[in-house]
Design a binder for this molecule. Structure first.
Ligand code: ADP
Ligand code: MG
Length: 361
C-alpha cells in the first residue's frame, strides 16, 4: 500500500530478488512505478479496485500508516477469506496511526513515554489544562507527520486558547520533554519470533523534519541496550511482524519513547550503504518468510536528507560530492521539488562519518 519513496526502495530490493511488486495509491508515475513496480492507480476508497489489487498479490505490506479506515477494513475482510499474507497486521497499523493508542501501547508494554492526555470530549477540554505540566504540545491524534498539526503551549492560558480554536476534538496533549538527543532503532521481527535490528542511530531534525542520521549513534552501552529492549518489548506486546522504526528522546540517563512507524523509516536509510542488509531487505524477508540474518555487521554511515529546497542537481556542491566515492546519492524520482518535500538522501560511508556534512549549510 502506497507508491512513494519507501515503496520504491522496497521494490529496488524485491525485484532483483525475483519478486514482482505491485503498488496501490492514487498517484500516477509514482516513485515506485519508476523502478518497475506495477501501479494500481485508484482512490483508497475505491473498493472494487482495491479488491482486484488484493486478488492479484500474495503478500501485502505498507509504506505508510495513514491508510483510511475504509481501506483497512476492506483489507481485513479480504484477509479473513483468503490466503493473503498481511504484514504488519492491520491492528498494528491501527495502533501506529493513532497517537493515543500508540502511547497507550507503549505504556502497556512498560516503555516510558511523556505524560499525555487525550482531548476527545468537552470534559477533557476543560480538565486537561489543569492536569498537564507546562510547556506542553497539543497534537492532532491522527494524520500528523513532520511536525504538522502540532502547537506548543507555554502556559495554561495558551493551551486554553489553542483548545478553544479546535473544530474537532481528536487530539492529545503531551508534556514537553527537554531532550538533548533523539535516537531511533530499526527493528525487524519475523513470523517465528526471531528478531533482527541495527544499533541505535542518532537523529538531528531541522524544522521538525529529519535532517541527519548518524549510525551508529554511539550512545553509552547502557542506553543502547535499553533502546533495543524497548523496541523488542513493543514488538512482542503488539505481536508485530515486519520492520518498524521507533523514536526516542534522551536526556542523560532518561529515555522516553516518542513514536513508532510501522514500516521502514527515514532514519534507517543508512542501512542501504552499511555494507550489509538494508531495512528494505529485512522488510522483504519478514514479509516472504525468508531467513533472518544471523547478524548485522555495523559500518558507520551518515545520512543526510535532500528536501525540495536542497535539490540542486547541477550545483558545484553536488558535482564535487559525486566525485567522492564515499558518498552515494539516492533520489526518489520525484519531478516537482516543493519546499519540505523529501526528494532523496545522501549516504556517506567513508572514514569521517561525524563530519561528512559539516560544511553544507
Ligand atoms: P511527527 O509525527 O510529526 O513526526 P512527533 O511527535 O515525532 O510528530 O514530533 C515531531 C518532533 O517534534 C519530534 O521529533 C521532536 O523533535 C519534537 N517533539 C514532539 N513531541 C515532543 C515532546 N513531547 N517534547 C519535546 N519535543 C517534542
Ligand atoms: Mg516523528
Amino acid at each position: 500500500m502506497g507508491s512513494g519513496q519507501l515503496a520504491r526502495m522496497f521494490a529496488l530490493e524485491a525485484i532483483p530478488n525475483g519478486y514482482e511488486v505491485s503498488v496501490y495509491s492514487p498517484e500516477q508515475n509514482s516513485p515506485a512505478g519508476g523502478v518497475g513496480a506495477k501501479e494500481f492507480v485508484f482512490d483508497y476508497e475505491d473498493k472494487d479496485a482495491l479488491l482486484s489489487f488484493l486478488r492479484s498479490i500474495d503478500a501485502l505490506t505498507f509504506e505508510f500508516e495513514n491508510i483510511p479506515d475504509f481501506a483497512l477494513s476492506t483489507i481485513e475482510d479480504f484477509e479473513r477469506n483468503s490466503d493473503l499474507i498481511v504484514r504488519p497486521s492491520t491492528s498494528c497499523i491501527r495502533i501506529a496511526q493513532n497517537r493515543w493508542k500508540e502511547k497507550s501501547a507503549f505504556r502497556e508494554a512498560g516503555i516510558p513515554t511523556v505524560n499525555f492526555f487525550s482531548v476527545f470530549t468537552e470534559q477533557d477540554k476543560n480538565d486537561v489544562p489543569k492536569k498537564v505540566g507546562y510547556p506542553c504540545i497539543l497534537k492532532t491524534n491522527t494524520m500528523g507527520y513532520d511536525g504538522k498539526g502540532q502547537v506548543k503551549c507555554k502556559s495554561e492560558d495558551e493551551l486554553i486558547t489553542a483548545l478553544s480554536s479546535l473544530k474537532e476534538l481528536n487530539h492529545i496533549v503531551e508534556e514537553f520533554f527537554p531532550f538533548t538527543s533523539e535516537a531511533s532503532v530499526i527493528f525487524a521481527r519475523f513470523q517465528d519470533g526471531t528478531i533482527s535490528h541495527y544499533r541505535p542511530s542518532l537523529n538531528i531534525h531541522k524544522n521538525h523534519i529529519l535532517d541527519l542520521t548518524f549510525h551508529p549513534g554511539n550512545f553509552p552501552s547502557m542506553i543502547e541496550t535499553k533502546l533495543v529492549d524497548y523496541a523488542k518489548k513493543l514488538a512482542e506486546k503488539i505481536d508485530y511482524i515486519g520492520v518498524f522504526g521507533i523514536e526516542f528522546f534522551i536526556k542523560e540517563d532518561r529515555i522516553l519513547c516518542n513514536e513508532f512507524a510501522p514500516r521502514p523509516h527515514n532514519s534507517g536509510h543508512f542501512s542501504q550503504d552499511s555494507g550489509s542488509l538494508s531495512q528494505f531487505s529485512l522488510q522483504l524477508r519478514t514479509l516472504c518468510n525468508l531467513p533472518a540474518p544471523t547478524e548485522i555487521p555495523v559500518r558507520p554511515v551518515t545520512m543526510k536528507n535532500i528536501l525540495g529546497e536542497d535539490y540542486k542537481p547541477e550545483s558545484k556542491l553536488w558535482m564535487e560530492t559525486l566525485k567522492n566515492p564515499h558518498f552515494r546519492l539516492h533520489l526518489y524520482g520525484k519531478t516537482e521539488a516543493r519546499k519540505g518535500r523529501k526528494m532523496g538522501h545522501w549516504n556517506y560511508s567513508g572514514p569521517k562519518p561525524e563530519s561528512a556534512f559539516e560544511h553544507w549549510e
